[in-house]
Each structure stands twice: as structure tokens, then as C-alpha cells.
Design a protein around this ligand. Structure first.
Ligand code: GAF
Length: 353
């Protein structure tokens, strides 16, 4: 039998840049999807979260619109790409919250893929696994996401942040400062990534690239946006500035300048909120309060539209910030938000047990 530990992720900065092949700076986090599995003829999986067993054969794999679609997606993509695999039986559990904007879907997909890669000796490279999982998400699940989540779940490294150019896929590991932690706050607002809002942002961004005659957002300059329709100018202006902030954040992190990194994260949040229209009252509240109570910086993480926010905090102050923000959040929204203190983790691992 095998055990797979597949992490979630947070993105420190570089939001909504990956689908224009820009820069991102994420880290895998120490909250995991855990899969225990072995080979079988068909597929039979139990989810401890949903308390539910799902079973299917490999002949024709179709969507059924529940959690098992992420498992089906991986079998579908492997067969689509001509890999010879059998089935599996497995139990899914772990402590990564589902549907909170921490990449639980990529984490689940890559748990299944990493198991199949090992058990059936597919010899897929990490980058091939990330690209296959992205294809599964795009074409089977129907979410038009970029490579951010899948890349991070596979390539995470303990104590390090990843700087990634999503165009060339060249990446660099930067050590995460020792006495700093990431506080993750789930707002309690479910986020539908496949909802039209994400797809609409992507459509506008691609259309803008076409109008500008550019291949990636890295090649664009804010001055060139002047003649675009105003919504296109506003949305793409955000993306161009965000790419620049990621480069500055990388330099700040390399020189151990946590203050600047924090400021860039907070700038990113307000730019996302004001010019990319993907924040919410709850996310804004969290960011404002976290900074007020002493975080270096804070922002929404992932697609936004609800989901989770992160704050960069001194380890010594982390509990204070978490407590005070929670207290204020409950007072204001009459809802107890979920929080986690996380650190950078390794990417997906598989071992025999
Ligand atoms: C989601 C998507 F899946 C990523 O590809 C990325 O676009 C992110 O939203 C926004 O930065 O997590």
C-alpha cells in the first residue's frame, strides 16, 4: 500500500497573472490531502470528508458533478494521453480544508496522480504531473485555471517560497524568513472558481494581449494600455503592476526585507480589490485588521471572490494577531472564521507503508 501526502498552497504574491504567463510567488503549505491507496481493477475511493464511497470503471469516464470528479479527471487525462494504467482503491483524508481557496482540488488531483505514477511506474517528471493535472482541471473539470496551483503542489519545498515564471516555467527557490509565519484566514464564503467571474477575467486578459499584439503580460507596459477600452485598461493595468510587484517581492525576500515584502502584498490586495474586482467585504476586513494589528502585510490568496486571505506575521505576534482579528471578525460578521498558521512545505510525496 502507498501513502501520499499532497499539500495545499498559498500564493504570497502574483495573483491572476498566470493565465497571461506572468510571474507568481507561491509556497506549498503544511496542510495536506492524505491518500492511502493500492492498485485494483476498477476505481473505488472513500472520502473521509464527504463520508462517501464512489466507484467507477475505466471504460468511459464522465463527470458526475461531485468531489469524485477530481479523481475521475486524473484517470481521464492519463488515458487521454495514452498511459496504460489500471484502477485503484483508496481512502482520502487529511487536514487541508476543502473549498477554502487553498487549492484543495489541485492537491487531491495530484495525490491521485502521484500514486498512479508510482504504482504503475509511469515515470512522469514533476513538471509533467503538474501539466497533466492542469489539463485535467481545464478539460475535464471545466475550470480554465493557469498553472499556479498544480505547479506549487508538485514543486513545493520545505522552508522555501517558489518564484515562478509561468511562461518559461523556470523557477527559483528562495528561503522563507525564519521567524515569520503565514496566517491563513478562511472567510467562510465559498468560492466557485469555475464561476463566470474567473473565466471572464481570463477572457478579458487574453483579448487584451491580442489587442496589444503581445504573447505574455511580462512584455507589456502600462503606457501601452492608454488606447484600450477602460475596463480592459483597468484590469490589465493591475496585471502589469502585479508582475512588477512579484519581481520586487522576490528581491525583497532574497535580501531578507520582510517589511517591503509585506507592503507589496498589501498593495497587491488593494489593487486586486479596486482594479481587478475580485475581493469581498470579508477579505478586505481581514486585510485591514491584520495590518492594523501588526502583520507585515496581508492579501487575499488565490482567485478571490471569497475564499481565504493570508497575512505575513512575526512568529511571536502570530497568535495575538490571529486572536484579535478573529474577535473583530466575529463582532462584525457574526461568524467565526477558520484560521491556520502555516509554513512552507515540500511538494507531493509518495511512500510505501
Ligand atoms: C486560482 C487558479 F487556479 C490559478 O491558476 C490562479 O489563476 C489563481 O486563481 C489566481 O492567482 O487559484
Amino acid at each position: 500500500m502507498y501513502r501520499v501526502d499532497s499539500p495545499g498552497r498559498v500564493n504570497l504574491i502574483g495573483e491572476h497573472t498566470d493565465y497571461t504567463l506572468g510571474y507568481v510567488m507561491p509556497m506549498a503549505i503544511d496542510l495536506y490531502t492524505v491518500l492511502h491507496a493500492q492498485m485494483d481493477d476498477k476505481v473505488r475511493v472513500y472520502s473521509r470528508v464527504f463520508r462517501d464511497v464512489r466507484e467507477f470503471g475505466l471504460d468511459s469516464i464522465e463527470r458526475v458533478n461531485d468531489w469524485s470528479d477530481y479523481v475521475r479527471a486524473i484517470f481521464w487525462v492519463l488515458r487521454e494521453e495514452g498511459h496504460r494504467i489500471g484502477g485503484m482503491k483508496g481512502i482520502l483524508g487529511g487536514d487541508l480544508p476543502i473549498g477554502s481557496g487553498l487549492s484543495s482540488s489541485a492537491s487531491l488531483e495530484l495525490a491521485v496522480l502521484a500514486f498512479l505514477n508510482e504504482a504503475y511506474g509511469l515515470k512522469l517528471l514533476p513538471i509533467e504531473m503538474a501539466l497533466l493535472a492542469q489539463k485535467a482541471e481545464n478539460e475535464f473539470v471545466g475550470v480554465p485555471c493557469g498553472i499556479l496551483d498544480q505547479f506549487t503542489v508538485v514543486h513545493g519545498r520545505k522552508d522555501h517560497v517558489i518564484f515562478l515564471d509561468t511562461d518559461t516555467l523556470r523557477h527559483e527557490y528562495i528561503e522563507f524568513p525564519r521567524n515569520v509565519q503565514v496566517l491563513v484566514f478562511y472567510t467562510g464564503v465559498k468560492r466557485e472558481l469555475s464561476s463566470s467571474a474567473y473565466a471572464e477575467r481570463k477572457r478579458v486578459a487574453e483579448e487584451t494581449l491580442r489587442l496589444l499584439g503581445k504573447r505574455t503580460s511580462k512584455d507589456a507596459d502600462e503606457r501601452e494600455l492608454r488606447n484600450l477600452p477602460s475596463l480592459y485598461r483597468r484590469f490589465f493595468g493591475y496585471i502589469v503592476r502585479e508582475n512588477r510587484r512579484v519581481l520586487e517581492a522576490r528581491d525583497a525576500l532574497k535580501s531578507g526585507d520582510v517589511n517591503t515584502l509585506g507592503e507589496l502584498m498589501t498593495d497587491s490586495h488593494w489593487d486586486l480589490a479596486r482594479n481587478y474586482d475580485v475581493s469581498s467585504e470579508e477579505l478586505d476586513f481581514f486585510v485591514r485588521k491584520a495590518v492594523e494589528f501588526g502583520a507585515y502585510g496581508a492579501k487575499l490568496t488565490g482567485a478571490g471572490f471569497g475564499g481565504s486571505a493570508i497575512a505575513l506575521v512575526d512568529s511571536d505576534r502570530a497568535l495575538d494577531v490571529a486572536m484579535r482579528v478573529t474577535e473583530e471578525y466575529i463582532k462584525h460578521f457574526n461568524w467565526e472564521p477558520d484560521y491556520h498558521l502555516v509554513s512552507p512545505s515540500d511538494g507531493v510525496t509518495v511512500r510505501r507503508v
